[in-house]
Design a protein around this ligand. Structure first.
Ligand SMILES: Nc1ncnc2c1ncn2[C@@H]1O[C@H](COP(=O)(O)OP(=O)(O)OP(=O)(O)O)[C@@H](O)[C@H]1O
Ligand SMILES: [Mg+2]
Length: 295
Protein backbone atom coordinates (compact mmCIF):
# COMPACT_ATOMS: atom_id res chain seq x y z
CA UNK A 1 0.00 0.00 0.00
CA UNK A 2 1.24 3.44 -0.94
CA UNK A 3 0.27 6.34 1.29
CA UNK A 4 0.73 10.01 0.52
CA UNK A 5 0.08 12.54 3.25
CA UNK A 6 -0.27 16.27 2.53
CA UNK A 7 2.23 16.22 -0.34
CA UNK A 8 2.87 19.69 -1.73
CA UNK A 9 5.32 20.70 -4.42
CA UNK A 10 6.17 24.19 -5.57
CA UNK A 11 8.59 24.58 -8.49
CA UNK A 12 11.30 27.25 -8.47
CA UNK A 13 9.18 29.40 -10.80
CA UNK A 14 6.42 29.49 -8.18
CA UNK A 15 4.05 26.98 -9.80
CA UNK A 16 2.35 24.91 -7.11
CA UNK A 17 2.10 21.64 -9.04
CA UNK A 18 0.98 19.58 -6.02
CA UNK A 19 -1.31 21.09 -3.43
CA UNK A 20 -1.81 19.07 -0.26
CA UNK A 21 -2.22 15.68 -1.95
CA UNK A 22 -3.40 12.93 0.39
CA UNK A 23 -4.00 9.53 -1.20
CA UNK A 24 -4.09 5.87 -0.22
CA UNK A 25 -3.30 3.49 -3.06
CA UNK A 26 -3.88 -0.23 -2.42
CA UNK A 27 -2.67 -3.25 -4.39
CA UNK A 28 -4.16 -3.39 -7.88
CA UNK A 29 -4.60 -0.92 -10.71
CA UNK A 30 -5.01 2.68 -9.66
CA UNK A 31 -6.00 5.31 -12.21
CA UNK A 32 -4.83 8.91 -11.87
CA UNK A 33 -7.03 10.91 -14.18
CA UNK A 34 -6.47 14.56 -14.97
CA UNK A 35 -6.09 17.09 -17.78
CA UNK A 36 -2.82 18.57 -19.07
CA UNK A 37 -0.99 20.40 -16.31
CA UNK A 38 -2.97 18.76 -13.48
CA UNK A 39 0.23 17.65 -11.75
CA UNK A 40 0.16 13.93 -12.64
CA UNK A 41 3.77 13.70 -13.82
CA UNK A 42 4.97 15.76 -10.87
CA UNK A 43 3.18 13.36 -8.52
CA UNK A 44 4.62 10.32 -10.29
CA UNK A 45 8.17 11.67 -10.32
CA UNK A 46 7.79 12.41 -6.62
CA UNK A 47 6.66 8.85 -5.86
CA UNK A 48 9.45 7.54 -8.10
CA UNK A 49 11.98 9.49 -5.95
CA UNK A 50 13.19 11.60 -8.90
CA UNK A 51 12.26 14.76 -7.04
CA UNK A 52 11.59 15.47 -3.39
CA UNK A 53 8.37 17.30 -2.54
CA UNK A 54 8.45 20.69 -0.81
CA UNK A 55 6.55 19.09 2.07
CA UNK A 56 4.52 16.04 3.01
CA UNK A 57 5.22 12.34 3.41
CA UNK A 58 5.16 9.30 1.14
CA UNK A 59 5.21 5.74 2.50
CA UNK A 60 5.25 2.44 0.63
CA UNK A 61 4.71 -0.40 3.11
CA UNK A 62 7.46 0.10 5.67
CA UNK A 63 9.54 2.34 3.38
CA UNK A 64 9.71 6.07 4.06
CA UNK A 65 10.06 7.05 0.40
CA UNK A 66 11.51 10.51 0.99
CA UNK A 67 14.03 9.47 3.66
CA UNK A 68 14.97 6.15 2.00
CA UNK A 69 14.71 6.66 -1.76
CA UNK A 70 17.26 3.92 -2.52
CA UNK A 71 15.05 1.34 -0.75
CA UNK A 72 12.08 2.33 -2.90
CA UNK A 73 14.12 2.22 -6.10
CA UNK A 74 14.91 -1.44 -5.44
CA UNK A 75 11.24 -2.28 -5.78
CA UNK A 76 10.13 0.34 -8.28
CA UNK A 77 9.31 0.04 -11.98
CA UNK A 78 8.81 3.35 -13.74
CA UNK A 79 7.76 4.21 -17.27
CA UNK A 80 8.08 7.99 -17.62
CA UNK A 81 5.84 10.04 -19.90
CA UNK A 82 8.82 11.01 -22.05
CA UNK A 83 10.69 7.72 -22.14
CA UNK A 84 13.19 8.84 -24.73
CA UNK A 85 15.47 5.82 -24.99
CA UNK A 86 15.18 4.62 -28.57
CA UNK A 87 18.69 3.55 -29.41
CA UNK A 88 19.90 1.72 -32.48
CA UNK A 89 20.51 -1.40 -30.46
CA UNK A 90 18.23 -4.41 -30.33
CA UNK A 91 15.44 -4.80 -27.79
CA UNK A 92 17.22 -7.87 -26.43
CA UNK A 93 20.57 -6.11 -25.96
CA UNK A 94 18.99 -3.02 -24.43
CA UNK A 95 16.90 -4.98 -21.95
CA UNK A 96 19.95 -7.04 -21.01
CA UNK A 97 21.92 -3.83 -20.44
CA UNK A 98 19.13 -2.34 -18.30
CA UNK A 99 18.97 -5.57 -16.29
CA UNK A 100 22.67 -5.19 -15.50
CA UNK A 101 22.02 -1.64 -14.33
CA UNK A 102 19.18 -2.91 -12.12
CA UNK A 103 21.66 -5.23 -10.45
CA UNK A 104 20.89 -8.59 -12.05
CA UNK A 105 24.51 -9.66 -12.30
CA UNK A 106 24.25 -13.39 -13.00
CA UNK A 107 24.19 -14.24 -16.71
CA UNK A 108 21.76 -17.11 -16.36
CA UNK A 109 19.31 -15.13 -14.26
CA UNK A 110 19.55 -12.19 -16.64
CA UNK A 111 18.90 -14.35 -19.68
CA UNK A 112 15.81 -15.82 -18.03
CA UNK A 113 14.58 -12.36 -16.99
CA UNK A 114 15.10 -10.76 -20.40
CA UNK A 115 13.56 -13.64 -22.34
CA UNK A 116 10.54 -13.91 -20.05
CA UNK A 117 9.89 -10.16 -20.34
CA UNK A 118 10.26 -10.06 -24.13
CA UNK A 119 7.76 -12.87 -24.36
CA UNK A 120 5.39 -11.25 -21.84
CA UNK A 121 5.20 -7.94 -23.74
CA UNK A 122 4.93 -9.73 -27.07
CA UNK A 123 8.22 -8.46 -28.51
CA UNK A 124 9.91 -11.86 -28.78
CA UNK A 125 9.52 -11.89 -32.55
CA UNK A 126 11.33 -8.55 -32.92
CA UNK A 127 13.86 -9.01 -30.12
CA UNK A 128 16.81 -8.62 -32.50
CA UNK A 129 15.48 -5.47 -34.20
CA UNK A 130 16.65 -1.98 -33.23
CA UNK A 131 14.31 -0.13 -30.86
CA UNK A 132 14.82 2.99 -32.99
CA UNK A 133 12.71 1.32 -35.69
CA UNK A 134 9.83 0.34 -33.36
CA UNK A 135 6.32 1.79 -33.69
CA UNK A 136 4.84 3.82 -30.82
CA UNK A 137 3.00 0.80 -29.45
CA UNK A 138 6.09 -1.41 -29.58
CA UNK A 139 8.10 1.28 -27.81
CA UNK A 140 5.53 1.48 -25.04
CA UNK A 141 5.60 -2.30 -24.67
CA UNK A 142 9.39 -2.15 -24.51
CA UNK A 143 8.96 0.60 -21.90
CA UNK A 144 6.81 -1.64 -19.73
CA UNK A 145 9.29 -4.52 -20.13
CA UNK A 146 12.12 -2.36 -18.77
CA UNK A 147 9.86 -1.21 -15.92
CA UNK A 148 9.20 -4.84 -14.96
CA UNK A 149 12.87 -5.86 -14.60
CA UNK A 150 13.48 -7.23 -11.11
CA UNK A 151 9.81 -7.89 -10.21
CA UNK A 152 8.94 -4.48 -8.74
CA UNK A 153 6.11 -4.23 -6.21
CA UNK A 154 5.34 -0.64 -7.22
CA UNK A 155 4.88 0.18 -10.89
CA UNK A 156 4.30 3.69 -12.16
CA UNK A 157 3.28 4.33 -15.77
CA UNK A 158 2.79 7.92 -16.87
CA UNK A 159 0.31 8.39 -19.75
CA UNK A 160 1.35 5.19 -21.51
CA UNK A 161 -1.62 5.03 -23.89
CA UNK A 162 -1.32 8.55 -25.37
CA UNK A 163 -0.78 8.21 -29.10
CA UNK A 164 -1.53 4.49 -29.34
CA UNK A 165 -4.07 3.19 -31.83
CA UNK A 166 -7.07 1.32 -30.34
CA UNK A 167 -5.60 -2.13 -30.91
CA UNK A 168 -2.22 -1.27 -29.38
CA UNK A 169 -3.96 0.53 -26.53
CA UNK A 170 -6.00 -2.60 -25.75
CA UNK A 171 -2.92 -4.77 -25.93
CA UNK A 172 -1.08 -2.43 -23.57
CA UNK A 173 -3.96 -2.22 -21.09
CA UNK A 174 -4.39 -6.01 -21.06
CA UNK A 175 -0.71 -6.34 -20.30
CA UNK A 176 -1.00 -3.91 -17.40
CA UNK A 177 -4.11 -5.65 -16.05
CA UNK A 178 -2.27 -8.97 -15.96
CA UNK A 179 0.61 -7.39 -14.05
CA UNK A 180 -1.56 -5.38 -11.70
CA UNK A 181 -3.10 -8.24 -9.77
CA UNK A 182 -0.48 -8.58 -7.05
CA UNK A 183 1.39 -5.28 -7.06
CA UNK A 184 0.54 -1.58 -6.90
CA UNK A 185 0.23 -0.12 -10.40
CA UNK A 186 -0.39 3.61 -10.82
CA UNK A 187 -1.51 4.61 -14.27
CA UNK A 188 -1.84 8.27 -15.16
CA UNK A 189 -3.98 9.22 -18.10
CA UNK A 190 -6.30 11.84 -19.47
CA UNK A 191 -8.33 9.15 -21.23
CA UNK A 192 -11.39 8.30 -19.13
CA UNK A 193 -11.85 4.88 -20.79
CA UNK A 194 -8.38 3.75 -19.65
CA UNK A 195 -9.62 4.04 -16.08
CA UNK A 196 -13.15 2.70 -16.70
CA UNK A 197 -11.78 -0.40 -18.39
CA UNK A 198 -9.00 -1.20 -16.00
CA UNK A 199 -8.91 0.36 -12.56
CA UNK A 200 -10.55 -0.75 -9.34
CA UNK A 201 -9.71 2.57 -7.74
CA UNK A 202 -8.97 6.04 -9.03
CA UNK A 203 -8.41 9.68 -8.26
CA UNK A 204 -9.27 12.74 -10.30
CA UNK A 205 -6.63 15.44 -10.24
CA UNK A 206 -6.83 19.07 -11.31
CA UNK A 207 -4.74 22.13 -10.49
CA UNK A 208 -2.44 20.08 -8.26
CA UNK A 209 -5.29 18.86 -6.06
CA UNK A 210 -7.13 15.58 -5.64
CA UNK A 211 -10.68 16.54 -6.60
CA UNK A 212 -12.26 13.12 -6.01
CA UNK A 213 -11.15 9.57 -5.26
CA UNK A 214 -12.73 6.14 -4.88
CA UNK A 215 -13.90 3.16 -6.89
CA UNK A 216 -15.17 4.13 -10.37
CA UNK A 217 -18.44 2.21 -9.85
CA UNK A 218 -19.11 3.99 -6.55
CA UNK A 219 -18.31 7.38 -8.02
CA UNK A 220 -20.69 6.75 -10.90
CA UNK A 221 -23.31 5.45 -8.44
CA UNK A 222 -23.07 8.60 -6.33
CA UNK A 223 -24.07 10.69 -9.34
CA UNK A 224 -27.09 8.51 -10.11
CA UNK A 225 -30.12 10.63 -11.05
CA UNK A 226 -28.16 13.88 -11.22
CA UNK A 227 -26.88 13.83 -14.82
CA UNK A 228 -29.24 15.31 -17.41
CA UNK A 229 -28.79 15.66 -21.14
CA UNK A 230 -30.37 17.26 -24.18
CA UNK A 231 -29.47 18.30 -27.70
CA UNK A 232 -29.34 22.04 -28.31
CA UNK A 233 -28.75 24.42 -31.18
CA UNK A 234 -25.41 26.17 -30.92
CA UNK A 235 -27.15 29.51 -30.73
CA UNK A 236 -29.00 28.47 -27.56
CA UNK A 237 -25.86 27.32 -25.75
CA UNK A 238 -24.97 30.60 -24.00
CA UNK A 239 -28.44 30.82 -22.45
CA UNK A 240 -28.30 27.17 -21.36
CA UNK A 241 -24.89 27.72 -19.79
CA UNK A 242 -26.20 30.69 -17.91
CA UNK A 243 -29.13 28.78 -16.42
CA UNK A 244 -27.56 25.37 -15.74
CA UNK A 245 -24.45 23.72 -14.38
CA UNK A 246 -23.10 22.47 -17.70
CA UNK A 247 -20.35 19.86 -17.31
CA UNK A 248 -19.81 18.97 -20.95
CA UNK A 249 -20.82 19.88 -24.45
CA UNK A 250 -20.01 17.71 -27.39
CA UNK A 251 -20.92 17.46 -31.04
CA UNK A 252 -22.81 14.36 -32.07
CA UNK A 253 -23.88 14.02 -35.69
CA UNK A 254 -23.47 17.77 -36.17
CA UNK A 255 -25.67 18.70 -33.20
CA UNK A 256 -24.59 19.67 -29.74
CA UNK A 257 -25.30 17.40 -26.78
CA UNK A 258 -25.15 19.12 -23.42
CA UNK A 259 -24.78 17.36 -20.07
CA UNK A 260 -25.71 19.20 -16.88
CA UNK A 261 -25.60 18.27 -13.20
CA UNK A 262 -28.72 18.88 -11.14
CA UNK A 263 -30.15 17.12 -8.10
CA UNK A 264 -33.66 17.67 -9.51
CA UNK A 265 -35.26 18.11 -12.93
CA UNK A 266 -33.59 21.22 -14.35
CA UNK A 267 -36.46 21.85 -16.81
CA UNK A 268 -35.72 23.26 -20.29
CA UNK A 269 -36.35 19.82 -21.81
CA UNK A 270 -33.45 17.99 -20.18
CA UNK A 271 -33.85 14.23 -19.60
CA UNK A 272 -32.08 12.23 -16.91
CA UNK A 273 -29.40 9.83 -18.20
CA UNK A 274 -27.42 6.99 -16.64
CA UNK A 275 -24.18 8.97 -16.68
CA UNK A 276 -20.71 7.48 -16.81
CA UNK A 277 -17.23 8.05 -15.52
CA UNK A 278 -16.75 10.85 -18.02
CA UNK A 279 -19.58 12.74 -16.32
CA UNK A 280 -17.98 12.12 -12.92
CA UNK A 281 -14.70 13.44 -14.32
CA UNK A 282 -16.13 16.58 -15.89
CA UNK A 283 -18.28 17.30 -12.84
CA UNK A 284 -15.17 17.08 -10.63
CA UNK A 285 -13.15 19.32 -12.96
CA UNK A 286 -15.93 21.88 -13.37
CA UNK A 287 -17.52 22.19 -9.95
CA UNK A 288 -19.43 25.32 -10.89
CA UNK A 289 -19.53 25.95 -14.61
CA UNK A 290 -17.86 24.64 -17.73
CA UNK A 291 -16.46 26.30 -20.78
CA UNK A 292 -17.87 24.70 -23.93
CA UNK A 293 -15.57 21.83 -24.82
CA UNK A 294 -16.56 21.36 -28.42
CA UNK A 295 -17.76 24.81 -29.40
N1 LIG B 1 10.28 21.44 -14.01
C1 LIG B 1 9.26 22.30 -13.90
N2 LIG B 1 9.46 23.59 -13.59
C2 LIG B 1 8.42 24.44 -13.45
N3 LIG B 1 7.13 24.12 -13.60
C3 LIG B 1 6.86 22.84 -13.92
C4 LIG B 1 7.89 21.86 -14.09
N4 LIG B 1 7.31 20.69 -14.41
C5 LIG B 1 5.99 20.91 -14.44
N5 LIG B 1 5.70 22.20 -14.13
C6 LIG B 1 4.36 22.81 -14.04
O1 LIG B 1 3.65 22.11 -13.03
C7 LIG B 1 2.29 21.89 -13.41
C8 LIG B 1 1.99 20.41 -13.42
O2 LIG B 1 2.74 19.80 -14.47
P1 LIG B 1 2.77 18.23 -14.70
O3 LIG B 1 3.71 17.95 -15.81
O4 LIG B 1 3.01 17.55 -13.38
O5 LIG B 1 1.25 17.96 -15.16
P2 LIG B 1 0.62 16.70 -15.90
O6 LIG B 1 -0.69 16.42 -15.22
O7 LIG B 1 1.60 15.59 -15.95
O8 LIG B 1 0.32 17.24 -17.36
P3 LIG B 1 0.33 16.46 -18.79
O9 LIG B 1 -0.98 15.72 -18.88
O10 LIG B 1 0.41 17.57 -19.78
O11 LIG B 1 1.50 15.55 -18.82
C9 LIG B 1 2.13 22.59 -14.76
O12 LIG B 1 1.63 23.88 -14.50
C10 LIG B 1 3.54 22.64 -15.30
O13 LIG B 1 3.70 23.74 -16.17
MG1 LIG C 1 2.38 14.48 -17.45
Amino acid sequence: MLELQSVTHTYANGVRALDNVTLTIPTGMFGLLGPNGAGKSTLMRTIATLQAPSSGSVRFGDIDVIAQPERLRQTLGYLPQDFGVYPRVSAYAMLDHLAVLKGIAGRGERKATVETLLDQVNLWGVRNKAIAGFSGGMRQRFGIAQALIGNPRLIIVDEPTAGLDPEERNRFLNLLAAIGENVVVILSTHIVEDVTDLCQRMAIMGGGRILAQGAPVDMIGQMHGTIWARTVDRADLPAIMERHRVISTRLSGGRMVVHVVSPHDPGDGFAVIAGGLEDVYFAALHPVAAAPLAA
